[in-house]
Design a protein around this ligand. Structure first.
Ligand code: CA
Length: 223
């Protein structure tokens, strides 16, 4: 996932970019509004500082919005209430107030991306997930899934090949604050596998989680 950091102050930008990379993001950096508008549509999320040298941050926001539905988080220096309100009205997805932790920011970026992606269908080599209709087909054949089975596939199919940790699956499919044993997750995955034309499509990574295997990532599977 590629994040565009729009920030002219190197003292802020450098540690931020380093922190985002450590948290698993690919990062592009723009130091002017013009640059930001030019490359925003190639990115998966935009982190926009409103105080830029060449353009008003709100104009940057508006221009990016004209060409792209990319999730935008605005960064405000003082927690300026007016900036936040105007930013959200102009199509920002969220805002963060300086100073913020990279960890918190990473979570917010993932959350807004998730919200944006919710209506878009997911497609891997063999699996299609239509989230609007809540339907799944594998190799072109529709599956008859329960609600939880559908949710599991939808989370796994967001990033084929990525091992989704058990805790993340439990919190996103069941409850944000899951305190149970997690046994229910394994039971649902088993019943889901029985409905797949190829049970090896969902790989167990013992002690970690599950992943959806697609053709690009199948090499390590070998079941
Ligand atoms: Ca600035």
């Amino acid at each position: 996932m590629k994040v565009l950091v729009v920030e002219d102050d190197a003292g802020v930008a450098d540690p931020l970019i380093e922190g985002l990379r450590r948290n698993g993001f690919e990062v592009e950096h723009a130091i002017t509004g013009t640059q930001a508008v030019a490359i925003a549509r190639e990115c998966d999320a935009v982190l926009l500082d409103l105080g830029l040298p060449d353009m008003d941050g709100m104009d940057v926001l508006r221009e990016v919005r004209q060409v792209s539905e990319v999730p935008i988080l605005i960064v405000t220096a003082r927690g300026d209430e007016a900036d936040r309100v105007i930013g959200l009205e102009f199509g920002a997805d969220d805002y963060v107030v300086k100073p913020f932790s990279v960890r918190e920011l990473s979570a917010r970026i993932r959350a807004v991306s998730r919200r944006r992606r919710v209506e878009q269908p997911l497609q891997t080599e063999r699996v299609q997930v239509d989230r609007a209709r809540r339907s799944v087909t594998v190799d072109g054949a529709p599956l008859d899934l329960t609600a939880k089975e559908f949710d599991l596939v939808a989370v796994l199919a967001e990033e084929p090949g990525r091992v989704v940790p058990r805790q993340e699956l439990l919190s996103r499919v069941w409850d944000p604050v899951w305190h149970g044993s997690g046994k229910t997750l394994d039971v649902h995955v088993s019943s889901l596998r029985r409905k797949l034309p190829d049970p090896a499509l969902i790989e167990t990574v013992r002690g970690v989680g599950y992943r959806l295997v697609d053709d690009d990532h199948a090499a390590a599977g070998g079941t």
